[in-house]
Design a binder for this molecule. Structure first.
Ligand SMILES: NC(=O)c1ccc[n+]([C@@H]2O[C@H](COP(=O)([O-])OP(=O)(O)OC[C@H]3O[C@@H](n4cnc5c(N)ncnc54)[C@H](O)[C@@H]3O)[C@@H](O)[C@H]2O)c1
Length: 383
């Protein structure tokens, strides 16, 4: 079938009144590209949006990366100097996706320029830097957000609702973990993540922070803890000029340098509500690929969730199952007793926001994105 002519689409009231929000992205590696891609998708996902993002400037220290941002993603400008994003009056929001130990300098500059800031976790490489970042943003009065993305998974939101409704009874204990294999190969290059000078802390900032964000989202603040850390792979091959991603590989016999932060972190803790918890994170583990997971145990039920099977929830309830749960799930597996593996019938291809709304009408606003002050409360209780 062929067609000729153009289709005139009348502007709706919403499209006429939409605000344009200029975006500056700093760091165009894995996450800088992911956020830019998401900005481009906003118009295709949210018809009733009140703003239109506009990719204004992308800054990356590696020559060529910002040029690619212009060529492939449609940014208006590319630069190696991040100050250009702070100075540009067309930039309303700065997205910080550079290595952790640069976060504070970038946040200071963005605050001075009065920009809203979306900073990737962990907001600085040390707890002291997070304290500084939160204070600076609060004094500047700018809007902040942090990239704790797993709290937006539809079933995580549903778990929060089950706990809040008391379906699990009183929560007695919680287990959280983030096991990733990205550093399991001793030939993995010594990228910024493995160096305290650039990454700050290791697995505790990079991975455990995600698990703690979810633990405190679901159960509330942690009040006491004891922890341990270890570095299992103490030397890694040096990257060439231009740095390396954390999936880059060297070869045996390459010159090496010391790993200066931890591969593993774990803690035992008490929540303010009385529950006990344990958390573990490793970036050098064989087996799990990206196992961001938790288990919650209560006096009337228990559940488990794992990012690797993000649209499944393992649930055990001593009492009858809530009707909304029965309605939205089909049982695919009957394990021992009343423990069931539940797979919601909606498709994961809907994306988190659409799927979350489909799953829980009206619940979209219940879990807000993390802000600097909220994240600082977590850092304070666990540092
Ligand atoms: N929320 C999540 O799930 C998640 C996942 C991965 C990474 N992160 C966070 O995102 C941030 C970036 O991580 P990544 O995996 O994208 O790293 P990456 O190494 O892939 O990218 C970092 C980019 O920053 C650039 N850069 C370095 N110094 C710079 C400077 N002075 N000015 C401008 N750019 C500079 C590098 O050239 C690189 O392109 C980190 O804070 C990390 O903790 C979050």
């Amino acid at each position: 079938m062929t067609s000729t002519g153009t289709l005139a689409v009348p502007a709706t009231a919403a499209s006429r009144s939409r605000r344009r929000l200029g975006i500056g992205v700093i760091g165009f590696g894995w996450l800088g590209q992911a956020h830019s891609r998401s900005m481009l998708r906003i118009p295709t996902l949210f018809e009733d949006r009140e703003f239109d993002p506009q990719l204004v400037v992308c800054a990356d220290a590696v020559p060529g990366r910002a040029d690619d941002a212009v060529r492939s993603f449609g940014f208006e400008h590319g630069t190696q100097d991040w100050r250009r994003a702070m100075d540009d009056p067309d930039v309303d929001i700065v997205v910080i996706a550079a290595p952790n130990m640069l976060h504070v300098e970038l946040i200071d500059a963005a605050c001075a320029a009065g920009k809203a800031i979306f900073c990737e976790k962990p907001v600085g490489g040390t707890p002291e830097q997070t304290v500084h970042a939160e204070r600076t943003a609060r004094h500047a009065g700018v809007i902040t957000g942090v990239g704790y993305n797993y709290r937006w998974a539809p079933l995580v939101r549903y778990v929060a609702e089950l706990i809040e409704r008391g379906e699990l009874g009183d929560i007695t204990n919680y287990r959280g973990r983030f096991f990733s294999m990205y550093g399991a190969d001793p030939l993995g290059l010594l990228s910024w993540r493995f160096r305290v000078e650039e990454g700050g802390h290791g697995a505790s900032s990079d991975l455990l922070s995600h698990a703690l964000d979810l633990g405190q989202l679901l159960l509330g603040p942690i009040t006491r803890l004891v922890g341990t850390t270890e570095t299992f792979i103490r030397e890694r091959p040096l990257p060439g000029a231009g740095g390396a991603s954390h999936y880059g590989r060297g070869t045996a016999g390459d010159p090496t340098g010391p790993v200066t932060n931890e591969d593993y972190a774990a803690l035992l803790c008490e929540f303010a509500g009385g529950a006990r918890g344990s958390f573990e994170a490793s970036r050098a583990i064989i087996g799990p690929e990206s196992q961001m997971a938790f288990e919650v145990y209560g006096t009337e039920g228990a559940l488990a969730w794992n990012l690797e099977r993000m649209n499944e929830l393992e649930l055990y309830l001593a009492g009858p199952e809530p009707q909304d749960l029965v309605d939205m799930c089909r049982r695919t597996h009957q394990a021992q007793g009343r423990a069931v593996r539940l797979v919601p019938t909606w498709s994961s291809v809907l994306g988190p926001e659409a799927a979350g709304n489909a799953l829980l009408p009206g619940s979209a606003a219940r879990i807000a994105p993390t802000t600097f002050d909220e994240w600082l409360a977590t850092v304070r209780s666990t540092a």
